[in-house]
Design a protein around this ligand. Structure first.
Ligand code: SF4
Length: 343
């Protein structure tokens, strides 16, 4: 059985034609699905014979909500979702004044090996399909009965390591027939798979590209991110410049501050020199302390000093507000602790 959520409109139109139906039926069917009508019998404008064909060939696969954890501090909700094959993922809902934002996963586990991340500890289990990426938004929207207007691909998995499914997801989620989320409200975060950044730039989406940089030199970066052995910071920045030229979008650089590892004033100056003059913004992320490693959180003073120095280089800086610190909101932590309690 095929999952209808894996289909773009064009692909469904092709299926319709090949199966003796009018292509426009594809649009009608997808508009029901994205209005949360998943039962083919309730699709009012679809003929009985086509409904039978749909039942024979398609399902609409939604993950099960296994558990919802709500932060007492800021209301952040973390959803532990289960797929039919027993795999679990996490999606995090954050409520802001400007709307609901969801952080979703693109893979089960991750093979990138970043030292500060719980998602990668058991490696990559498998890629999520386009439909599985989309269904995280649908299931949470349905649960809260509100629209989600901002999407961040920053949960478990490296989005550009699942490039084809993620690109298809971006097309469907922003399409009028899909969830119609403006591309400017979508952020894709990558550890820096350089060839894929060029490919993504050529798609000319107007999404925000966020680079998990976390260090200002290749040596320092190699200590915490194995991907740095493949692609240098210079190569990443070249790819980012290409992305900016193609899309005219500002790049976000994510920098996880780890006490005494990369949070000194010298580190801030080196980062400032590296990014000076680029259409970019730095997002400082005071690291969550996870039990799988010994990283410590930077002091408030170190964070403030770091931010001030970057600003003096003309770089816009934000410090990510810690969301859901009481519910294991850092990527991969919840799935892991849940699995451990089941063992
Ligand atoms: S930070 Fe992202 S890319 Fe790195 S291991 Fe974790 S999920 Fe993978």
């Amino acid at each position: 059985m095929n999952n209808l959520l894996d289909y773009t409109l064009e692909e469904l139109k092709v299926w319709m034609k090949e199966n003796g139906e009018s292509a426009f039926r594809g649009k009608q069917i997808l508009s029901w699905i994205y209005k949360d009508i998943n039962d083919f019998d309730n699709m009012k404008n679809i003929s009985k014979p086509l409904i039978s064909k749909l039942k024979e060939n398609f399902t609409v696969n939604m993950p099960k909500i296994i558990k919802v954890y709500k932060s007492d501090i800021d209301g952040t909700e973390k959803f532990l979702l289960g797929f039919e094959d027993g795999n679990l993922i996490e999606s995090v809902l954050m409520r802001y004044k400007h709307g609901n934002s969801i952080c979703i996963s693109t893979q089960i586990g991750c093979r990138m090996g970043c030292k500060f991340c719980a998602s990668t500890i058991d490696g990559r289990v498998r890629n999520l399909t386009t439909g599985e990426i989309l269904s995280q938004i649908l299931v949470v929207q349905n649960y809260i009965k509100e629209r989600i207007s901002n999407i961040v691909l920053m949960g478990s998995g490296e989005p550009l390591d699942n490039y084809d499914n993620v690109v298809k997801f971006l097309e469907v989620v922003s399409a009028e027939y899909g969830l119609n989320v403006g591309q400017r409200h979508i952020t894709l975060s990558t550890c820096g798979i350089v060839p894929k950044i060029y490919e993504l730039a050529d798609k000319e989406f107007s999404i925000t590209l966020a680079i998990s940089l976390h260090a200002f030199s290749d040596e320092k970066r190699k200590e915490i991110m194995p991907i740095a052995n493949k692609h240098t910071i210079y190569e990443i920045l070249e790819a980012c410049r290409y992305y900016i030229n193609k899309t005219n979008r500002r790049i976000t650089f994510e920098y996880a501050l780890v006490k005494e590892i990369n949070d000194s004033k010298e580190d801030a100056k080196a980062l400032g020199k590296l990014l000076r003059g680029m259409l970019c913004h730095v997002n400082l992320i005071p690291v969550n302390e996870i039990k799988e490693n010994t990283y410590k959180r930077s002091s408030k003073k170190a964070i403030d000093d770091f931010s001030e120095i970057l600003t003096s280089f003309g770089i816009e800086v934000t410090t990510r507000r810690e969301m859901g610190s009481d519910i294991n909101a850092a990527c991969g932590q919840l799935r892991r602790s849940y699995i451990e309690t089941q063992e």
